[in-house]
Design a protein around this ligand. Structure first.
Ligand code: TXA
Ligand code: MG
Length: 349
């Protein structure tokens, strides 16, 4: 199959492209599209065969459920039941935006879409191109991140093409995404809402709207015998091909440690890389020093993280070190993704 890439950003909504994208989805094909978090791989959420196609294109385990993307609040009633009052409050505060809610599903949602679960994840994205595409596609688009399973989520259309070329007919290129890490997932099926995946919308932001919010402890700790409540969180996601270690401690010691570890690895013939910030990048010596963003504004780190991990692969780096980040605000999502990328290898100085 030939994969076409068409540019369409929020300022240039193109009805002809939307109509073409909508036709592909209605024919049971997949279309990749930009959202404010990462690129999504979209299919008709109400068709079991489309969902099966998504799993196949991503090489994704069948027990890892998909998120249904909608374009307007009312559509939630078609796919969810027993919707609690908290869902309306959260939608009012954060939709359209990077928040996914887990609710009980209606029978119309195939188990193929929910990975066999009786609950369903729903999100109303903040990206105008995403919403226009969802409308054109019939209103219910199942979309995981548009990467092959195990690779970092795509933040640019060229990375979607890298992973999906020949498998899907169309990629809508909306330019670089704004946030760079996937949406916050909150489970509303229990008494107290629970965050299953941290993202741009933080616990404090949720609590300011609905009161107490719990967190799935597996988000930041590795717990023996406790599986994460979001099935996808148990897989070693976002993994670069090189061996990544996070180094945490006082700034100067982190730089010294990483530089000497890189020297040692280079002596063994390994290609080395460092993921760091604008503040420290001049101090590192490695084959490749990657500036992920600035500590003065951690949203830049979220934005750059997946791209830098992919570049490490492209450059064939084998031994990688990353600085760590404080886990407040967006920092929690950054550390959650970094820890997964590193398979939880952390050196504490
Ligand atoms: O920002 C995002 O959410 C992006 C963009 C494309 O919208 N999508 C995304 O999808 O990150 P994906 O498939 O990569 O991640 C979906 C996560 C997985 O960890 C999955 O296990 C969890 O959502 N999930 C989906 N349905 C669930 C359910 N019913 N119960 C618990 N977790 C669920
Ligand atoms: Mg994903």
């Amino acid at each position: 199959m030939q994969t076409e890439v068409v540019f369409m950003d929020e300022a240039h909504i193109d009805e002809a492209v939307l109509a073409e994208a909508g036709r592909w989805i209605k024919q049971g094909e997949l279309v990749a599209f930009p959202t404010e978090t990462v690129y999504g791989l979209g299919g008709d959420a109400l068709r079991a065969d489309s969902s099966r196609k998504i799993y196949a294109a991503k090489n994704r385990p069948g027990d890892n459920p998909l998120i249904i993307h909608i374009a307007k609040w009312e559509d939630i009633y078609h796919i969810c039941r027993d919707i609690p009052e908290t869902a309306g409050k959260l939608a009012e505060a954060f939709w359209p935006g990077p928040l996914t809610m887990i609710l009980k599903k209606q029978d119309i949602v195939p188990l193929e879409t929910t990975g066999g679960m009786e609950t369903v994840a729903v999100r109303l994205p903040g990206h105008a191109v995403a919403r226009a595409f969802i409308e054109a596609a019939g209103g219910y688009v199942a979309a995981p991140s548009a990467n092959v399973s195990g690779r970092p989520s795509p933040t640019l259309a060229k990375y979607v093409l890298e992973d999906m070329e020949g498998k899907i007919p169309l990629i809508i290129d909306g330019g670089p995404v704004g946030i760079g890490v996937e949406s916050t997932i909150v489970d509303l099926t229990e008494e107290v809402p629970m965050i299953l995946r941290p993202g741009f919308i933080t616990r404090e932001m949720l609590e300011s709207v609905v009161g107490r919010v719990a967190e799935d402890r597996t988000m930041t700790e590795v717990l023996k015998d406790v599986a994460p409540k979001a099935p996808g969180m148990k897989y070693r996601h976002y993994a670069p091909k090189g061996n990544l270690t996070i180094v945490t401690g006082p700034g100067e010691r982190v730089v010294d440690y990483i530089n000497s570890a890189c020297r040692e690895a280079a002596a063994r013939g390994k290609r080395t890389g460092v993921l760091c910030t604008v503040e420290t990048m001049a101090q590192y010596r490695a084959d490749s020093v990657k500036c992920v963003g600035t500590r003065a504004d951690e949203s830049t780190v979220a934005q750059g993280l997946y791209q830098m991990l992919r570049e490490c692969d492209d450059e064939g780096l084998e031994v990688l070190f990353a600085e760590s980040f404080p886990t407040e605000g967006i920092g929690q999502a950054i550390m959650n993704r970094l820890l997964k990328a590193a398979g939880h290898q952390v050196i504490q100085l």
